[in-house]
Design a protein around this ligand. Sequence first.
Ligand code: DPN
Ligand code: ZN
Length: 310
Amino acid sequence: MRIMIALAAALMVAGTTSAHAAAPAALAAPNIDVAKVQAHLSQFQSIANANGGNRAHGRPGYLASVNWVKGKLDAAGFTTRVQSFSSNGATGYNLIADYPGGDENNVVMLGGHLDSVSAGPGINDNGTGSASILEVALQVKATGFAPSKHLRFAWWGAEELGLVGSTYYVNSLTTTERSKIKTYLNFDMTGSPNPGYFVYSASGQPSGSLALQQRLQSGFSAIGVQTELTSVGGRSDHAAFARAGIPVGGTFTGAEGIKTAAQAQKWGGSSGVAFDRCYHRSCDTLSNVNATALDRNADVIASTLWATAA
Ligand code: DPN
Ligand code: ZN
């Protein structure tokens, strides 16, 4: 406050009294370095390679993934917690990471599922969303972002068994804790090899979701990328949050759906071919990721987080 008074006084001396000039400049969101996101994907691939080829719920590659992400966050000063639950006769884990500071009554949450199917390493589904929110979290710390809101990141377990981890988390919250979460943004498959650029439609979602949809859309238009809206309905981890009345949003580059001619015209890639031909297959490896889509989505995740949490 003292700085603002001094600034206003200086401006008055200079003969300009614009209140706008005295407002503190908002810190710009960082451009996320896709090479760093790709390095995290390589770790997930190595973890799968060392654990029977997958990172699935109930298999050693899943817990190894949790421990690796947790180590990165702990080293960056996040407050982490592993929440366990039981599903299908095995223990599952959610990893929750809070960034110290901000208004704890106004929480902005970002999440994605960390488990793969048992058929393969799950690099696009969902190493991509997991690695991207990890790098965004690390950049929050690296840039010294001090948002007015409180930031929480989550890596969900057992999504592939039916959104089990995220549902368990939302159900585990008290009414008070739940009401503090004002935003949930979900990132599930953000580097599909034949990518589309989809933003979750706010239609039918809790009020407040439209602002998130629009912020994600503006993030893409700012980098010159056209988007389409998609109704992901109950197909990913935002669903439990939406059911609890929490505004939700997210991005998606496509799964088993087929790219149309109009979409190929708009986005490049191959029409008549799935957005991700290796969806839920053993070939969902490091080579199953489009680096441009991965990069653009990571940048939009960062710009949307900065704009939402400021
Ligand atoms: N939930 C994704 C999966 O893990 O299989 C697929 C998906 C994501 C489908 C987002 C639609 C929208
Ligand atoms: Zn999947």
